[in-house]
Design a protein around this ligand. Sequence first.
Ligand code: NAD
Length: 512
Amino acid sequence: MATTAHASNVETNRTKAADLRVQLTGQTVQHFINGAHVDSLGGATFDTMSPADNAVLCQVAAGQAADIDRAAQAAKAAFPAWRDMPAKKRQQLLHRVADLIEANADEIALTEVIDTGQTIRFMTSAAARAAENFRFFADRIEGAQDGLSLPSPEHINYTLRQPIGPVGVITPWNTPFMLSTWKIAPALAAGCTVVHKPAEWSPLTAARLVEIMHEAGIPAGVVNTVHGIGEVAGKALTEHPDIKAIAFVGESATGSAIMQQGAATLKRVHFELGGKNPTVVFADADLERALDATIFMIYSLNGERCTSGSRLLVERSIHDEFVEKLAARVAKIKVGDPLDPATDIGPLIHPRHIEKVMRYVQVGQDEGATLATGGRRLNGDLANGNYFAATLFTNASRHMRIACEEVFGPFLTVIPFDSEAEALEIANEVRYGLAGYLWTNNVARAHRFAQALDVGMVWVNSQNVRHLPTPFGGMKASGIGRDGGDYSFDFYMETKNIAVALGDHRIPRMGV
Ligand code: NAD
């Protein structure tokens, strides 16, 4: 019975996805500027492909500096009215966006699957999470401007926050819909207007998102989406004088480039960058739960996840047993059609990306680590897509490249350790510092180790579970700034101090 229901579920998804692909064929996804779909001024386009078979899905407008300028002008013109719109009204509009995201959740999930290769298993919740981002920040609009009262003997000082102005949002390809809303929702709630440049490898759901915002009644010019290549459209956005800040999610090297590009116009930047996040398992942990979480945190979302636990540090006394169980489970992870709800891992985003991941397999073997399972492309029916088996390297040592560099795929490197001090050194010695996962039942060690980890976020005895008021972001090469709750408003708003004299305090006299 369950099998029949599953089969019909798969069939339904495939039919709907095929219909979507037919609708897309021959189309050009346009920019959305000042409330209207528009082509690039120069007419240029690029192809977007499905990772499932590397066939072209459709064309996408390739934005140039002139298109970014048009969008930035629209965002600038729309800013005063959006900033001054009563909070209640802005709140209603953002809740309406959330309603429409929920109403379109199926289509969004399927589009994300065909455009990114992420599996339907995980994408069904992507729209719900995106809607939650809008609701969460909508509910905080009324308090966004609140500040402090800082009285001094002769003045009352008070602070307030005001939106910084038009901002640029630049997003990566891995979970584009959710990540776009994670940036755009707080920007709009703060009262900023937005120019969004989505990733060129997965632009489709961003194009849908801006349409949904328009349908919800967000006024023309408040959100503008310009597609295009990072080094062209993205670069122009970071250099535009009317764009006051750049919220960027992507690779660390791109973050450096953006900082340079934005220097001339003194851009405020917020960076969520790469990671090589440690999962540290001590012998005293609940090993069954640690195993479940370890596997989930590296092999879900195709391993294309900034917070993936891509380095596993295991205490030597339990190492062999833990790794044996791990390898057996990883070998059974199902790689295949992302439209099948039973599939764990879908195709990786792009032929260039699977080549990169494959290169790291070679690197791991050359370095002398043991390839316990995976490490290969899947062929047969899957040969046309970017399907890559769940991969596990064991017996790695801490300085190997596969232990230090971000692979950004379903690729886990296991490193044994002998003491808490050694585990901490290994965990902290990479250039990244986004997240850390810690497994121990020793309370004192849990706190001690968590506090000593050089990362922005630590989960103790847990996989990554987000709570939106908490700060999200990384240290070192993993980022600058924090998102979530009030932290997001700090980025999208200026804090102003106003000092008002309470009476006739002394004013030094000159030229009398
Ligand atoms: P990327 O840096 O190549 O691209 C990200 C975006 O930047 C794209 O839209 C791209 O077009 C644009 N871009 C590229 N060059 C640019 C330039 N010179 N100026 C302006 N924009 C430019 O990253 P990616 O390959 O799309 O995404 C994967 C990376 O993103 C991984 O490193 C991953 O860890 C990181 N990531 C981080 C987080 C986080 O929250 N820390 C979340 C998701 C992904």
